[in-house]
Every structure is written in C-alpha cells, then in structure tokens.
Design a protein around this ligand. Structure first.
Ligand SMILES: *[C@@H]1O[C@H](CO)[C@@H](O)[C@H](O)[C@H]1NC(C)=O
Ligand SMILES: *[C@@H]1O[C@H](CO)[C@@H](O)[C@H](O)[C@H]1NC(C)=O
Ligand SMILES: *[C@@H]1O[C@H](CO)[C@@H](O)[C@H](O)[C@H]1NC(C)=O
Ligand SMILES: *[C@@H]1O[C@H](CO)[C@@H](O)[C@H](O)[C@H]1NC(C)=O
Ligand SMILES: CC(=O)N[C@H]1CO[C@H](CO)[C@@H](O)[C@@H]1O
Length: 491
C-alpha cells in the first residue's frame, strides 16, 4: 500500500515536472544592439529570468548597467575607432536630413550600415562562436534581441534551440512576417481623409523599399557568418522558426536609486517640475548649439524646476536657478514623482511608455528612426504635443510648454490611459516568465505559430482557388469608397 502511494507520488511528480518543468533552463540572450536603451530593456528581461533561477548567458557589445549573479556575460566591446564613428553617425543624423522621403530612407539605411556591420561581426567573434563550438554547452532557448538582424536566428539553429524575438519597439511591419501577421498597407483610423490614406500608403511603399534593403543585407550577413556550414538550412527556412515575439510594453524600473539632490530638488519644487531627456543615443553635443540655446531660453524663464539630462557638466547650456543638469537620471523614478508635470523627450518608445505608465503629459522632439511615428501616435492619443528637434524654434516651443502646463486635458487623458494600462490580469513580468518557460517546456511551441508563416504570398492570399474575383471585388469596393469620400471632402 505504502509502496503504491509512493509510486503514485513519483508519477505525479514526474507529470508535474513535465507540465511545469522549465526550471533552471539554460537561456542564451543575443543582445548586440549598440543602443543603450535597447540594452536596458534586454537586460531587464535577462535579469527577470535569472531571478527565476535560470542560467542566462548574454552576448553584448555595450557594458550592461543591469546585472545578476546568474547572468554570464560574453562581451565583445567596440574599439575606440568604432565608438568615434558611431557618435559621428548619430551627430550627422541630427544635423542633416533630406526633405525627400525616399532619399532620407535610403540614406538612413546607409548610415545604419556600420551599426549592422558591428552586430554581424559580433557573431563571428571567437568568444561568441565558442558558445556553439564548445559541445559542453547546452541551451534550451535563444532570445534574439531585435534590431533588423534576422540572420541572428541562425545562431539558434547552431545551438539547436527554439528562438524567441525580443523587440524593444512597439509592434511594427518589420516583425509581421516573422509571426505571420498580415500587413496593413494603410493605417486604419476613423476620419482619415483620402490624402492622409494616400500618404500612409506611400509611406508604407517606401518602408517596403527600406525593408528589402535590410533583407538583402541580412541574407549577406547570414552567408558570411554561417555559410561555412553545409548542414545549415536555407535562410528563408530559418526565418520561419520564430516561436514568439515579445514587444516592448513597459521598461522595467531601474530600481529605487535616487540621488538625494534630485529628491530634494523635486520635493522643493512648489510650482512643479519638468524632466527633459533626449534619451541615451542623442547626446547634448549632438544637438545644434542654436537649438540648445532656444530650449534653454524657454526653460530658464519658467517658474517650474527643470531636470535636464546633459552629459558634459563643464559645458552646460547655461546657468539658471531652476535648472539642474545631470549626466545620468533614474528616469522612471523621476517620472513617478508627483512634482513632475511635464516630460520633454525624443519620442523613444521606452520614455513614452514610462511617461504613460506614470500618467505624465509630454512634449516629444523626435529626430529619426521610429521616433516620429511614436510621437505621432502619442499626440493622436492626446497625451501631449510634438515638435521636430531639427527645426525647433523658440516661440512654438514656449507655446507648447505653456499649453501643457496650463491645459489639464493632456494630463487627464494620459491618467485615463494609465488607469486602463495598469489594470491587467498579470504583470508584464509574469507574462514574460510564463511565455518564456512555455516555449521551453514545449520545445519551441510550434503549435502557436500562425500557418501564414509557412505559406507563400499566393497561398496566403487565397489566390488561384476561385477567390480571385472576390478579392478583386473587395479592392474595387474599397477603392470606390475612397473616391466617394474624397469627392465629398472636395465639396
Ligand atoms: C548637410 O548636407 C548638405 C548636402 O546634402 C551639405 O551641403 C551641408 O553642409 C550639410 N550640413 C551639415 C550641418 O552637415
Ligand atoms: C546622407 O547621409 C550622409 C551622412 O552619413 C550625409 O553626409 C548626406 O548629406 C546625406 N544625404 C542626404 C540626401 O540626406
Ligand atoms: C550556465 O551556462 C553556461 C553557458 O552555457 C555554462 O558554461 C555554465 O556551466 C552554466 N552553469 C550552470 C550552473 O549550469
Ligand atoms: C529644499 O528645502 C529645504 C528646507 O525647506 C532646504 O534646506 C534645502 O536647501 C532646499 N533644497 C533645494 C535644492 O532648494
Ligand atoms: C516554432 C518552430 O518551428 N520551431 C522549430 C525550430 O527548429 C527546431 C529545430 O530545427 C524545431 O525543433 C522547432 O520545432
């Protein structure tokens, strides 16, 4: 009797470990992005998994500020020359943009070349190759930090583990094909005019050109890095192996570190405070001196206190009693402070999400990449205003600051959002842990994948199966709708 109970017990234990058995897994994070803000998010994810008892190995270029004793770091730092070049590239982006969209998109991919090059070189580094050459290593999962680097999935194949993509951005067209999401050629929005829809369509075509360039480059890097291995599957098949994509929903707090002078500065701010931070890529020295002067002129004349993220404390934009410059800021903690009434940012996804999380209205000064799009979405949601940093003028900037400080509608709107945002069945942390372990438990969880990932264009769009005419009618119908609406607008 006793023996039988014991064996039941063993069976139950075995079953439980089958269902819940993802403890102490070996997880490999490939995070070679050269953007410090991406690394903060990726390392937060690594830390959460390490805290769960997983053995996490991460490959990075930049030195992470977030660490944990269960995280093994494989660092492939940039050379001095590479650091200099990168700073110049970002500086060039602030100072020179073409008004021609096609040219500037082509140019953007050109400028990104050196960043992508470095990321590809990281995978060729002997320290990194050892991870699969050393047969003693075993990985249950690869987390691929996303930065237009799909060739990186080849690494997951090398260590024979499922791959999860960690995107430090909102859902975007770039990620759609990986998980079989359909492409929307035109943004869907109530009340869009024909002109706006046309504009949105042209944008999506230009984006397509940009993406095909990136795709070509990825194919070339894939060949360079893994071409010596004849057992490697085709690149196209490698792309169809993504188990899951994590989008960035809310950057984890960097902890309760708050330099006491900041605490005091905010605590004493009887008229409220403003936080100005243009993110980790854009440094003060990258902004045109003239623009800095204009920003200073507006902010130094306010009765609100201002915390301004600025690297070179020997050469600040100017002295003013209400402005405190700081090289590094616990941004999340500052935004949580009740004194803060406005967050001036560069429309990075991380910063906007943090402001939304703390219910703070914003002024965004986007520069490049996903920033203009993030700023547009933020303004549309009613959380604040946006002005281009490249063409910033004093008066519109002053007016925008006054508008946000005096008109409560922005703060009300973002507070409304934040009460919805925080009201969820599980925290982002719990969801991350659950789905990561789920993919490990089910060896890639291929059943989660959309069949569209494995279908070509014709099959995916039901062409050639008698649906052809239906498809066309649909197009004709929506086109005539567009035309009717356009005519009404002209009247
Ligand atoms: C911007 O680019 C133009 C050519 O496209 C060049 O003439 C100009 O000097 C550049 N400006 C800066 C600030 O680099
Ligand atoms: C493209 O970028 C380079 C810097 O990388 C800049 O010198 C050039 O003027 C840009 N051209 C256009 C058309 O924007
Ligand atoms: C953690 O992973 C690394 C890299 O695969 C490996 O060298 C190390 O032995 C692992 N540690 C444990 C405790 O499994
Ligand atoms: C804040 O106020 C306290 C007391 O009211 C004062 O001692 C302190 O110097 C003030 N700090 C700043 C930064 O103004
Ligand atoms: C989601 C998916 O298709 N995963 C597959 C990726 O490749 C490995 C090994 O080749 C398979 O075992 C997974 O099922």
């Amino acid at each position: 009797m006793v023996g039988r109970t014991k064996s039941y017990f063993v069976i139950i234990l075995a079953l439980t470990s089958l269902i819940y058995g993802a403890q102490g897994a070996n997880i490999l994070g490939l995070f070679p992005s050269l953007s410090p803000s991406h690394l903060i998010i990726s390392m937060s994810v690594a830390k959460i998994l390490a805290e769960q008892g997983h053995n996490v190995t991460v490959v990075t270029v930049l030195e992470p500020t977030i660490t944990h004793k269960n995280i093994n770091l494989v660092a492939v730092p940039m050379t001095k020359e590479e650091i200099k070049q990168r700073s110049e590239t970002i500086g060039a982006k602030q100072k020179n943009t073409s008004s021609n969209r096609l040219l500037s998109i082509l140019n953007m991919s050109g400028q990104m070349d050196s960043m992508l090059r470095k990321m590809a070189d990281v995978l060729k580094d002997q320290r990194v190759k050892e991870l699969y050459l050393n047969k003693g290593n075993h990985f249950d999962l690869v987390i691929s930090g996303y930065f237009m680097n799909d060739y990186q999935f080849g690494f997951a194949r090398k260590v024979n583990a499922p791959v999860v993509v960690l995107a430090t951005s909102p859902p975007s067209q770039m990620l759609n094909s990986l998980i079989g999401n359909p492409h929307d050629k035109v943004e869907k929005e109530i009340g869009m005019t024909f002109g706006q829809r046309l504009d949105s369509y042209i944008n999506s075509l230009l984006y397509g050109i940009f993406m095909s360039q990136i795709d070509q480059r990825n194919r070339q890097y894939f060949k360079e890095i893994f071409g010596d291995d004849p057992t490697m599957p085709e690149y196209t098949d490698i792309l169809r192996n993504t188990s899951l994509v994590f989008f960035c929903s809310h950057a984890a707090s960097e902890g309760p570190i708050r330099p006491s002078n900041l605490e005091e500065f905010l605590g004493n701010a009887t008229h409220g405070a403003i936080l100005l931070s243009l993110g980790s890529n854009v440094q003060g020295s990258h902004i045109k001196p003239d623009t800095v002067k204009k920003i200073f002129s507006v902010l130094s004349n306010l009765k609100q206190r201002v915390i301004w993220k600025w690297e070179d404390l020997d050469k600040t934009p100017g002295k003013s009693d209400n402005i405190l410059y700081s090289r590094w800021l616990p941004q999340d903690d500052i935004l949580a402070h009740p004194s803060v009434k406005l967050f001036i940012n560069h429309a990075g996804k991380g910063g906007i999400t943090e402001a939304q999380y703390h219910g703070k209205p914003m002024i965004s000064l986007p520069v490049f990449g996903d920033q203009p799009g993030n700023a547009h979405a933020m303004v549309k949601s009613g959380f604040g205003l946006a002005l281009s940093l490249l063409t910033l003028e004093e008066e519109p900037f002053r007016a925008a600051v006054q508008e946000i400080l005096s008109n409560p509608k922005y703060s009300q709107q973002v507070v409304k959002f934040f009460s919805l945002y925080r009201d969820r069945p599980a925290s982002a942390r719990d969801l991350l842990i659950f789905w990561t372990e789920y993919v490990i438990r089910h060896h890639g969880a291929a059943h989660l994948q959309s069949p569209l990932v494995h279908m070509d264009f014709i099959a995916a769009n039901n062409l050639g199966r008698g649906y052809f005419s239906w498809y066309f009618i649909n197009i004709a119908e929506s086109t005539s709708n567009h035309l009717r609406k356009a005519k009404n607008e002209l009247k």
